[in-house]
Design a protein around this ligand. Structure first.
Ligand SMILES: [Zn+2]
Length: 241
């Protein structure tokens, strides 16, 4: 069944079901596929009318599903694709400029990489170097700032960036704080949560009730930040290779 919205149209599959009480229900899947669930006793014209009435909703959700899927694909380092920085999507612009040395500029929602040749590997190297430099600076400053606000740290603990596949941070038994440089792609409050979490491990080297009490006292909203970070993990790590 075809649903139209302005100039656009989308093919929807129709599934007949006995369980729905007289209502037509529409599902938009993460793949972007649209399914119309309709009771047995409703004829095709009625289904079409019901689906057409919700065309705007269908297209909005389908476009969002497709955008999310594109975000999760491996990056190709070409103009137009999006890269996360501090939780925001930035459009990558690759600019060929033979005159200047290569550089990365962050401006109004865009990440502009200028270099002598449009070579994807070179764009990737240049961009990753920029992300690493930003991560070193931003995460280091943030760690120092949070240490200023908490009572149990006198001297700044040793801090290192370390790429990790499944963790955002860790705290070694000797008190070194390790942070995943990919965090620089996450929203600021999620970064703060991870840093505070690791700093709490300087006192409690476990996930005991005392650990979570300490964390909650210092960041009452930590659970929301953690859930947001978990939900973004796939998108953020897709861009970090
Ligand atoms: Zn922990």
């Amino acid at each position: 069944m075809i649903v139209q919205y302005g100039e656009q149209e989308v093919k929807c599959s129709v599934r007949r079901t006995a369980s729905v009480s007289g209502r037509v229900r529409i599902h938009v899947y993460p793949s972007g596929d649209v399914e119309i669930e309709a009771p047995e006793n409703i004829d095709v014209d009625q289904i079409k009318t019901a689906a057409q009435r919700r065309a705007r909703w269908i297209f909005k959700h389908r476009d969002a599903a497709i955008a999310t899927r594109l975000d999760a694909l491996p990056r190709e380092y070409v103009s137009g694709e999006t890269h996360f920085y501090l939780g925001r999507r930035h459009k990558l612009i690759v600019k060929i400029s033979g005159a200047q040395p290569s550089e990365v500029k962050l401006l109004r929602g865009k990440l502009e990489v200028s270099l002598p040749v449009a070579d994807r590997a070179a764009v990737r190297r240049r961009l990753n170097a920029w992300y690493n430099a930003r991560a070193t600076q931003y995460l280091g400053n943030k760690l120092a700032e949070i240490c200023n606000h908490i009572t149990w740290v006198d001297d700044l603990p040793p801090f290192k960036l370390m790429r990790m596949k499944t963790q955002w941070g860790s705290c070694s038994p000797n008190g070194t704080i390790y942070l995943n440089p990919a965090l620089i792609r996450a929203p600021r409050h999620c970064i703060e949560y991870v840093i505070l979490h690791e700093l709490c491990h300087l006192v409690e080297h476990n996930h005991s009730k005392r650990f979570f009490d300490l964390l909650t006292r210092n960041m009452p909203s930590w659970l929301a930040a953690k859930q947001e970070l978990d939900s973004l993990a796939e998108l953020i790590l897709a861009g970090d290779d």
